[in-house]
Structure formats: C-alpha cells, structure tokens
Write a protein that binds this ligand. Structure first.
Ligand SMILES: [Zn+2]
Ligand SMILES: [Zn+2]
Length: 270
C-alpha cells in the first residue's frame, strides 16, 4: 500500500515509521524541556566567529537518553527487520559505551563514534541513525536556550551558529524573500544568502537553479551544478504556513526526486 505525498508515492509503512519517530521525538522533547538542562552563563559573550558548541558543550540526561534510545530501537525493530542484528547489539550496549557514543557524537568526534561502532560490530548506518535521533531533542533544547544569546540573523555561514552542523532544509520568509537555513541537528534557523550554494559556496547564478514541483507549489529543490548538491526549500511567501517540526518528513518526496536526478545533500542522516 502506498500514499501520495506530493508527486511521489511513498509506501505506507515508511510514513507510519516516520509518524512513530515523530511521536517519540515530541514526547521526549517535552520531557527534556522540563529538565532545563542548559543555560548560557550571563557573562558569556558570543565571539560571532565560532558556533556555540565550541565553547559551551551540550549535555544529555543519561537516563532519559537511554529511555529514548530504547524506544527508537523498538520502533526500528518493527519497521526495519533487516537491521535486527545491529539493533540487538545496540540494545545490549553497556552504559559506558552508550554514554561514550553520545558524548562523541555531540562533540562531532566522528573518529571515536566510528571506533566504538566498529568495535561492537554494528552496522554504522543503524547506529548513527539511532544515536542521531537520540541526541536531536537534546540539541534542540540546547539551541532553544542558546538562541537568546546568539544573533542568528547575521550569521550568514553555511553551518549552524549553535551546533556547527549543516542544513537539510531552507525556508524563504518575509516580503523581501530572505532565505533562512534550518539546522538538520538542532533546528536553529539562520539567515543565508539567497543565491549561493550552502554546500560549496558557489554563487554563480548560471550553475545554480531551482527545480519547481508543479504538484506542490511553494516546495522546491535548490540545486548546484558545481557540487551536485541540493537543498529542500519551502517558499513560505506563497501563503504557506509550514509546520517546520514535520516539514523534513513531509518533504521526503523532494529527497527522492533529488536523488533520482543525481543530487545529494551532505547533512548527516535523514
Ligand atoms: Zn544546529
Ligand atoms: Zn555547490
């Protein structure tokens, strides 16, 4: 069975999986917000050069993180039976390995993440998905606390001013049509040039273009012919009021169209 979401028909099972993921994420986001884990010290002043993560580290609550991780593994068990072996190994991880994995991931230490995953003989794709989805709500609350101290409107870099990661989606807002990149990890939005590729910096309009999707006005792909990357873009000026919490999932059809045409997005995980 499949369902039409945009011009591409997606299997119902995939949509159910993403619905389940969203329910877990939202539930834990609410719990994590209640903990008030983060605050930026009053005397801290942003240097406007480095993302916040380089001076103030995000933290997680180990108990809540493991609980969230286990729920994700249950969901994966239902929908990804081909991952069963790796899921079992992830379930059986010691507290030490789990906490090392989370901390290394949060600090962007890809080498340590890779080392732990390979020592435990877990498929990297499975481990990275589960870890990424576990840290995401923690990073979001970290960003919510940090955004008060960070001038996201004047950042203009291709990486997030809070956590240093890249964007998977952009939104165009306001009468002047400004483009904001939205972080794939912590959901911070920051201003970026309207005509430039956030992946390679190319700003030659002859090699930048849009793929407009007729069936879903307001939703498009911005593509760069230099690095063959794409960015999903929502033009909110078209009277759209996108729910940004669900927009990444609702626009999976754009990822499929982009991949079919030979473009990729370098932001980690989907
Ligand atoms: Zn971020
Ligand atoms: Zn590019």
């Amino acid at each position: 069975m499949s369902k039409q979401t945009g011009p591409v028909s997606l299997p119902q099972e995939l949509l159910d999986f993403y619905d389940g993921l969203l329910v877990i994420q939202q539930k834990y986001l609410a719990k994590i917000r209640e903990l008030n884990l983060f605050s930026v010290p009053e005397q801290w002043v942003w240097d406007k050069t480095n993302p916040l993560v380089s001076s103030i580290k995000p933290v997680t609550d180990p108990v809540l993180a493991r609980e969230l991780f286990n729920q994700l593994l249950e969901l994966l068990t239902c929908y990804k039976p081909v991952w069963a072996d790796s899921i079992k190994k992830l379930e059986g991880m010691t507290e030490k390995d789990f906490s090392d994995l989370i901390v290394s991931f949060l600090e962007g230490d890809r080498e340590s993440v890779g080392g732990i995953i390979s020592r435990l003989d877990i498929q990297p794709e499975v481990a990275e998905f589960a870890i990424f989805q576990t840290v995401k709500p923690f990073l979001r609350t970290y960003a919510e606390a940090a955004n008060l101290n960070i001038d996201t409107a004047n950042w203009l870099e291709n990486f997030c001013p809070v956590c240093g990661n890249k964007a998977k989606i952009a939104v165009i807002r306001g009468e002047e049509g400004k483009r904001y990149l939205r972080c794939s990890h912590c959901e911070t939005e920051w201003l970026y040039k309207l005509l430039a590729c956030p992946n390679c910096g190319n700003d030659d309009h002859q090699t930048l273009s849009f793929l407009l999707i007729e069936e879903t006005p307001g939703y498009r792909l911005d593509v760069c012919e230099v690095c063959k990357s794409y960015l999903k873009t929502i033009d909110a000026r078209a009277g759209l009021k996108p729910n940004m919490d669900t927009s990444e999932i609702q626009t999976i059809y754009l990822d499929i169209i982009a991949h079919e045409r030979g473009y990729s997005n370098r932001a980690v995980n989907a």
